[in-house]
Design a protein around this ligand. Structure first.
Ligand code: PLP
Length: 394
C-alpha cells in the first residue's frame, strides 16, 4: 500500500503537543499542570439536571440549531450581562463545544486564499481551522510582559485579501483580557476595511481583580460584523459536555448552520436541557465560581514565588504563562538557547511536572520559547505539588 491516501490539506499537521505532554505526564507519573481542563467536577446539581432530562425522555436528536430553551437562555444572558439584543431563532446556533462553532464558522466564511489575522499566542484550533478551510493565517504578536499588541503591526498586517480578525478574550494562554481601547482599535479597522471579527469568549465569566470582559460585538458598528463564540464547558467546569454556540447576524448564522448541519447535525440533547436550566441560576452560581478560581490563581502565584519561574499574572481564563529561568550557567545555557519544548520535556521526565511549551501557539515570533503555560484549574494539592516540583529546577 504505497499509495498516499491522506488529503493534501492535512499534510503539515503533526500530533498536538497536548497528546505528547499527556503521554509523558502519564509515563513519568508527573504532576500535571499542562492539561488545560479542571481536575475536578462541576456542580452536582448540574449533573442531576442532565440525569433529570434523560429520565424525562429527552434523549433523541435535538433540532439542528439547538433546543429553543437554550438559545433563549443564551439570548437572555447576552441581554442581561452585555445589553445585547439577540434573536434566538435566527442568530444563535448550538454547537458541539466552541471547537465546532469555530470550525463551522471558518468553513462557512473562508474562501481559498482568504487571509485571517490572529493574535499569537493563539488557541491552536484557529490556525488548523483556517488552513483546513483553505485560508491563510497571518499573525500579530501579543508581546511580553503585558501581552499588548502593537497597533501599527495589526494595521499593517491587513491586505486586500484579509477577511477576518480573530480575537480571544479572556485569553488562553496568557490570561490577557482585551481592554476597551484595544477592542475599539480592532473594531475601527474592521469597519474601515470591511472585515469580520471572530471573537472567542469561552472564558467570558472568568475575569479577576478589576478586569472586565467586553464583548467586541457590543462596540458601535460591530454587532453584524462579529461572530461571538462561547461554550458552557469552562463556566460550569464540565469541559467534556461540549456544549457551545455561535452568535452572529441572521445572514452569517444561515451560513454557519449550513456547515453545522453536515458536521454534527445536532448536539447532545440532555446536556442542552441541563445547561439551559443551569443558566437560569447563573447569577447565584457565578460569585462562588469566580472566587474559587481566583483562589486557585492566587495559590499558584504564591507557590511560584519561591521557584525560579516568574509568573505573568493573568487577569482572566485559567491559564498563566511563566518565564523559564534564563540562565543556567552551570550547564552552559544562554538566554537565546532557551527552548520551551526541551525544558518542558526535561521538566516532565526529570522533575515530574508536566507543563505546556507554548511555542506551538506562535506562528511567526520566538516569544513562546522563553515561557511555559500552566493551568490552575486544579485541586489545591495538585497546585502545591506542581510548584514543589518546579522549585527543584533552578
Ligand atoms: C480559547 C479556547 N477556545 C475554545 C476552546 C474549546 O472549547 P470547547 O471545549 O467548548 O470546544 C478552548 C478550550 O480549551 C479554549 O481555551
Amino acid at each position: 500500500m504505497n499509495k498516499e491516501f491522506s488529503a493534501n490539506r492535512i499534510k503539515g499537521m503533526g500530533t498536538s503537543i497536548f497528546s505528547t505532554m499527556s503521554r509523558l505526564a502519564f509515563e513519568n507519573n508527573a504532576v500535571n499542570l499542562g492539561q488545560g481542563f479542571p481536575d475536578f467536577d462541576g456542580p452536582l446539581w448540574l449533573m442531576e439536571e442532565a440525569f433529570k432530562a434523560m429520565k424525562e425522555g429527552k434523549n433523541q436528536y435535538a433540532p439542528t440549531q439547538g433546543i429553543l430553551s437554550l438559545r433563549k437562555a443564551i439570548s437572555d444572558i447576552q441581554k442581561k450581562y452585555y445589553g445585547m439584543d439577540r434573536n434566538p431563532d435566527s442568530e444563535i446556533t448550538i454547537t458541539a463545544g466552541a471547537t465546532e462553532a469555530l470550525y463551522s464558522t471558518f468553513q462557512a466564511l473562508i474562501n481559498e486564499g482568504d487571509e485571517v489575522i490572529m493574535f499569537e499566542p493563539f488557541y491552536d484550533s484557529y490556525q488548523a481551522d483556517v488552513i483546513l478551510a483553505g485560508g491563510i493565517p497571518k499573525y500579530v504578536t501579543l508581546k511580553k510582559p503585558d501581552f499588548n499588541f502593537d497597533f501599527d503591526e495589526l494595521e499593517q498586517s491587513i491586505t486586500e485579501k484579509t477577511k477576518i480578525i480573530v480575537i480571544n478574550t479572556p485569553h488562553n494562554p496568557t490570561g490577557k483580557v482585551y481592554t476597551f481601547e484595544e477592542l475599539e482599535f480592532i473594531s475601527k479597522l474592521a469597519i474601515k476595511h470591511n472585515l469580520l471579527v471572530v471573537s472567542d469568549e469561552v472564558y467570558e465569566f472568568l475575569t479577576f481583580d478589576n478586569a472586565k470582559h467586553i464583548p467586541i460585538a457590543t462596540l458601535e458598528g460591530m454587532k453584524d460584523r462579529t461572530i461571538t463564540i462561547s461554550s458552557a464547558g469552562k463556566t460550569f467546569s464540565m469541559t467534556g459536555w461540549k456544549i457551545g454556540w455561535a452568535i452572529a447576524s441572521d445572514k452569517i448564522t444561515e451560513s454557519i448552520r449550513k456547515v453545522h448541519q453536515w458536521t454534527t447535525f445536532a448536539v447532545n440533547t440532555p446536556g442542552q436541557h441541563a445547561i439551559a436550566n443551569a443558566f437560569s441560576r447563573l447569577d447565584e452560581y457565578l460569585p462562588a465560581f469566580k472566587k474559587e478560581y481566583l483562589e486557585r490563581r492566587d495559590l499558584l502565584l504564591k507557590e511560584l514565588v519561591s521557584t525560579s519561574f516568574s509568573a505573568h499574572k493573568p487577569k482572566g481564563s485559567y491559564f498563566m504563562m511563566v518565564d523559564i529561568p534564563k540562565l543556567n550557567i552551570m550547564s552552559g545555557v544562554t538566554p537565546d538557547m532557551v527552548n520551551d519544548e526541551e525544558i518542558a520535556i526535561n521538566l516532565v521526565k526529570n522533575y515530574k511536572i508536566a507543563t505546556i511549551p507554548p511555542s506551538v501557539f506562535y506562528g511567526k515570533s520566538d516569544e513562546g520559547k522563553s515561557m511555559l503555560r500552566l493551568c490552575f484549574a486544579k485541586s489545591n494539592e495538585t497546585l502545591i505539588a506542581g510548584a514543589k516540583n518546579l522549585r527543584k529546577f533552578k
